[in-house]
Write a new protein. Structure first.
Length: 386
């Protein structure tokens, strides 16, 4: 499917703006960096409000600001005193610069992750002789949102929250150590993926919540089954009551059997996940995914989101080495904000179909995926015939 020309133009404008904002970081001063951040936020507000909304992570901002304040306490000559705590104005300035630069990196990653963490960035840099940099940049863009969600999944520490400035600084140091350790774990886990030989072709159906990923992969499964292919796996239909999504079930594509996986949280406190997950659902889904990998031609998994981005959810059943792995095609429905990290976890080349280009896109996506798989199967059958 050809990319949306309007979206392509927006991305080109934002790419140029991103390069300019990065160039403003070289003087190493707060004012140019702050101007770059302001320009980038205005650019996102104008051209990509979805990316701007992805920057709204209170936990991320709280940790970043606490680390900046800790810099003011730990570094430089103490020439100020706030609430009885000696602080360095030089350290505070360095901390503020860290916050501004971190916000800019976060903002660029919020836009560039879905746009560039596929094949375009590595190929572009390879043409310039910078292939290693392309791989590193792709991994970095994929790691940022996964790291953020993994830290959020860790949850708050037990007991009373820290009180007082010194206690909060101590908590900031603990969070910094946690972030470092989680980064190392993610890097180690991602390193296990590198170099695995592909045994199948992947089709990624990418979209935001409510854009039709589930109905798309369900229709693809139906058409492929009618064409004579064996199809298995799971889809995740929504449960709607009064026009409102109140949960999700898992459905086995081979048998039609359903199992609950998520229900809307009743208390709905701010800062808590919207849905409560049914733990038994993961094991139920993993069994169906493994069975489809062994017994069918096409594996369908819906949907891969933030849990899969941090290595949890359905991802272990997809990534594990499985004796007798037979499925030649994997059709994966992936949330747009999870695509960069999921791409790194799976470590394969993609046929990507995007559901964001407008009305009728779902039907065109179904046609493209079905035709692509059936044509490839027909060509493979002709090559194998005597």
């Amino acid at each position: 499917m050809n990319p949306d020309p309007v979206a392509s133009r927006r991305n080109r404008v934002l790419a140029v703006l991103a390069l300019g904002c990065i160039a403003l970081q070289f003087p190493g001063r707060l004012l140019p960096s702050a101007l770059a951040l302001a320009a980038w936020l205005l650019g996102l507000a104008w051209l990509d409000r979805n990316a701007l909304s992805r920057m709204g992570r209170p936990r991320f901002w709280a940790i970043t600001i606490l680390l900046a304040l800790a810099t003011g306490v730990a570094l430089g000559r103490k020439d100020l005193e706030v609430l009885g705590v000696p602080i360095s104005s030089e350290g505070l300035l360095a901390g503020a610069l860290m916050v501004v630069r971190g916000a800019l990196i976060f903002g660029i990653a919020a836009w560039a992750g879905p746009a560039l963490a596929g094949r375009r960035m590595p190929r572009g840099l390879a043409r310039l002789g910078l292939a290693p940099l392309g791989g590193a940049a792709t991994v970095a863009l994929g790691l940022l949102p996964a790291l953020k969600d993994r830290l959020a999944l860790a949850g708050a520490p037990e007991g009373e929250p820290p009180r007082g400035l010194r206690a909060r600084f101590g908590r900031a140091q603990e969070l910094a150590v946690q972030a470092f350790c989680e980064t190392v774990r993610l890097a180690q886990e991602l390193a296990e993926v590198t170099g695995r030989a592909p045994g199948h072709r992947l089709v990624a159906v990418v979209g935001d919540p409510g854009q039709g990923k589930t109905s798309c992969v369900s229709e693809v499964a139906r058409r492929l089954r009618e064409a004579g292919l064996q199809v298995g796996g799971i889809v995740q239909p929504a449960i709607v009551q009064g026009g409102r999504r109140v949960g999700y079930d898992l459905q086995d594509l081979a048998t039609g059997e359903r199992h609950p996986i998520a229900r809307l949280r009743e208390d709905g406190r701010p800062g808590t996940p919207r849905f409560v997950f049914e733990e038994s659902g993961w094991a139920w889904a993993a069994d169906r995914i493994r069975r489809a990998r062994r017994d069918t031609d096409v594996l369908v998994v819906d949907e891969l989101g933030r849990l899969e981005a941090i290595g949890a959810g359905h991802l272990p059943a997809i990534r594990e080495a499985l004796p007798g792995d037979r499925a030649r095609w994997w059709v994966l429905a992936i949330r747009r904000d999870a695509l960069p990290a999921v791409t790194q976890w799976v470590g394969r080349e993609w046929d990507r179909v995007d559901l964001s280009t407008g009305p009728g896109d779902r039907d065109r996506a179904v046609d493209r995926i079905t035709d692509r798989i059936l044509q490839a199967e027909a060509s493979s059958g002709q090559e194998g015939s005597p």
